[in-house]
Design a protein around this ligand. Structure first.
Ligand SMILES: C[S@@+](CC[C@H](N)C(=O)[O-])C[C@H]1O[C@@H](n2cnc3c(N)ncnc32)[C@H](O)[C@@H]1O
Length: 213
């Protein structure tokens, strides 16, 4: 069955209920393949990998297909259900867990890489701090976070919160080294037309951040 593309991404409200509504249909970011910047850095990603805010799992599944041990977490059960179904259909062993990414600090797991495709930009300032503190706990010292977020260069206010390059440097000022922040674009589902983003997709940043240690 083909589901309609959810059309309620019209505000910056990003609580769990908002995401549950979006996953009641086909979420605009759910393009059925990994986002390009993650494909471009694939040879720099090492196991074990955490995909934080994995949605229905395309990025996690891409790295699993490359032979990595991957865990994907998301706080929406329906997203995790779909991710597990895809993994089974593709014969890929990925651990998909319903988990809140603002509570990583309580978790005993450790990872050699973290990927974040569209999660950082959903957080309030407080949740952003909690998330980054938690990342420092789960990412091994010397290892890297690969992060794709909406950019303040994307015009308008519809869709997720805009993030400036400086905010990325500020969020990772203590105990991290921001190795690069490159402009790029996020691919959105072609059927999602309610918000008019830039030609080629919303403008974004792709950051590579190393945990010092
Ligand atoms: C823009 S979507 C991106 C999904 C996926 N990374 C992708 O690229 O298809 C952001 C995702 O983060 C999840 N999310 C938001 N806040 C979260 C939180 N506190 N803990 C875990 N997941 C969260 C949402 O449910 C949603 O799946």
């Amino acid at each position: 069955m083909t589901m309609p593309v959810s059309s309620s991404v019209v505000s910056n409200s990003v609580d769990r209920a908002t995401f549950e509504n979006l996953y009641a249909g086909k979420a605009p970011w759910d393009v059925g393949k990994p986002q390009r910047p993650f494909v471009a850095v694939a040879d720099r990603v090492t196991s074990t990998v955490l995909d934080a805010g994995c949605g229905t799992g395309e990025n996690a599944l891409f790295f699993a297909a490359k032979g990595h041990r991957v865990t994907g977490i998301d706080f929406v059960e329906e997203a995790i259900r779909r991710a597990r179904r895809k993994a089974a259909e593709r014969g890929l062993a990925v651990e998909f867990l319903v988990k809140d990414a603002t509570k990583l600090g309580d978790w005993g797991e450790r990872f050699a890489s973290v990927i974040d495709c569209g999660l950082f930009h959903v957080f309030s300032d407080d949740d952003r701090r909690r998330y980054v503190d938690g990342l420092a706990r789960v990412l091994e010292p010397g290892c890297r976070l690969f992060l794709l977020s909406f950019s303040d260069e994307e015009p308008g206010t519809m869709g997720p919160r805009r993030v400036s390059r400086q905010e990325l440097y500020d969020a990772f000022a203590d105990g991290w080294e921001v190795e690069s922040v490159q402009p790029c674009q996020i691919e959105v589902h072609p059927e999602f037309t309610e918000v008019k983003f830039s030609e080629g997709g919303p403008k974004a940043w792709f950051a590579v951040v190393r945990r010092k240690g």
